[in-house]
Design a protein around this ligand. Structure first.
Ligand code: GLU
Length: 416
């Protein structure tokens, strides 16, 4: 007996796999310096926790309306309107779901069909390197993922010309993730406007039903000179933009498993209605008491965000300086999110002090964990140039960063 082909061929998440491996080693008493998880080391804000506890005590333990309660949807719609400046968003354009991964899963299910026999699949344009789960989640929905290469020198960003050349009648969606996981770079507002002009232009000619899926999960973790902007704020593509966000990273609420997807205008409303049907046939709704915590986070916890952002900014400087000083390591300066994505390809083909052959980033990461108990995510599953890189989440203390990079340096100097 076998499981479905869909499950057989599905790749496990590389980020979750390293997180689990690091947690298992820790449970065995091994002291692991953990740069794997994209998960803030801070606690969730007190006000959010207190609000959720009060809601539990007030017996907010029943089902909610499928898309989330009206007050929370209203609040999110207001934030998207006022702060993200995306027009045409009401509470009916917002679906609250179980984390950004589920928001993406539902969104791709709403955009793609499994191709008819003999017909080409519709395409997702994915700038790469990209977070490990975008492609598998889109492929589950029937998308063909078209990788759009980006480089360290180009700030890991696609250009308008590159986008124009990639759009065909088969294009259904472009994924934009800014600030970006794993590269920690961002598009400037002008760059986003230029991409939006290309999309609006192509929508008139080649790709009438093309949309943008904007994953803005790291919106509040921005510490360079580039200001955050939502691509959905460009009026010419607002209605064809689906924006995804959640409190996991910026409010240190990863385990609450909350996220949302929003649309704009008539298409956005119809799209959210369709996803709400899907949610009704899958998870039904998110837990009621968690939304009380979410409302508190969104309205009362700006100080927590500011405090965490300041600390991420200091860590970004520290890890960038330390990594840049290592021989054969090139690293872009992180300006948003909390990842360093060093290019370690100068060291591939060598052998570790422990006798391990380092043919690929996966070998590099495995040997580093075995020999120096430093957990990083190998770059292969981030696609594109990813195999030349490792990802180091700096959602950990400055002390961990200093000691982890010191051990990484020791590992590198031991390579023969
Ligand atoms: N998004 C985080 C990361 O990239 C958490 C794990 C996951 O969902 O991939 O590490």
């Amino acid at each position: 007996m076998q499981v479905s082909r869909r499950c057989q061929t599905l790749k496990p998440s590389a980020t979750v796999a390293v997180m689990n491996r690091a947690a298992a080693l820790k449970a065995q008493g091994v002291e692991v310096l953990n740069f794997s998880a994209g998960e803030p080391d801070f606690n969730s804000p007190d006000k959010a926790k207190q609000a959720a506890i009060a809601a539990l005590q007030a017996n907010q333990t029943k089902y909610l309306p499928t898309a989330g309660d009206p007050a929370t949807r209203e609040l999110i719609a207001r934030i998207i309107t006022d702060r993200n400046r995306i027009p045409g968003v009401t509470r009916d354009h917002v679906l609250i779901t179980a984390g950004v991964k589920m928001a993406l899963y539902l969104t791709f299910q709403g955009l793609f069909d499994l191709p008819e026999p003999g017909q080409p699949a519709r395409e997702l344009l994915l700038p790469v390197p990209a977070w490990v789960s975008f492609a598998p989640i889109a492929e589950l929905a029937g998308a063909k993922v078209v990788q759009m290469p980006t480089t360290t020198a180009g700030g890991f960003k696609i250009t308008p010309d590159q986008l124009a050349a990639a759009i065909t009648p088969r294009t259904r969606a472009l994924l934009i993730n800014s600030p970006n996981n794993p590269c920690s770079t961002m598009y400037t507002p002008d760059e986003l406007r230029a991409l939006a002009r290309v999309i609006a232009d192509k929508a008139r000619t080649t790709a009438p039903d093309m949309v943008v899926v904007a994953d803005e999960l790291y919106q509040n973790i921005v510490f360079g000179t580039v200001p955050f902007m939502s691509i959905g704020a460009c009026p010419e593509i607002a209605e064809r933009t689906l924006t995804i966000n959640g409190p996991g990273k910026s409010f240190a609420m990863t385990g609450w498993r909350l996220g949302w997807v929003s649309g704009s205008g008539p298409f956005g409303k119809a799209f959210i209605d369709a996803l709400t049907k899907l949610q009704g046939q899958t998870i039904t709704c998110v837990p009621a008491f968690s939304l009380a915590g979410l409302r508190a986070a969104l309205t009362e916890c700006q100080d927590d965000i500011d405090r965490m952002r300041a600390e991420f900014a200091a860590r970004a400087e520290l890890i960038h300086a330390l990594l840049s000083a290592l021989p054969g390591v090139r690293v872009a300066r992180p300006i948003g999110a909390f990842y360093a994505f060093p290019d370690i390809s100068a060291h591939l083909g060598r052998t570790s002090a422990g006798g391990r052959r380092i043919a690929a980033a996966a070998d590099f990461a495995a040997a580093l964990l075995e020999e120096h108990t430093v957990a990083v995510v190998p770059g292969e599953d981030f696609l594109g140039d990813g195999p030349k890189h490792i990802r180091m989440s700096f959602a950990c203390s400055q002390e961990t960063i200093r000691e982890g990079v010191r051990r990484l340096g020791e590992f590198i100097s031991g390579l023969k």
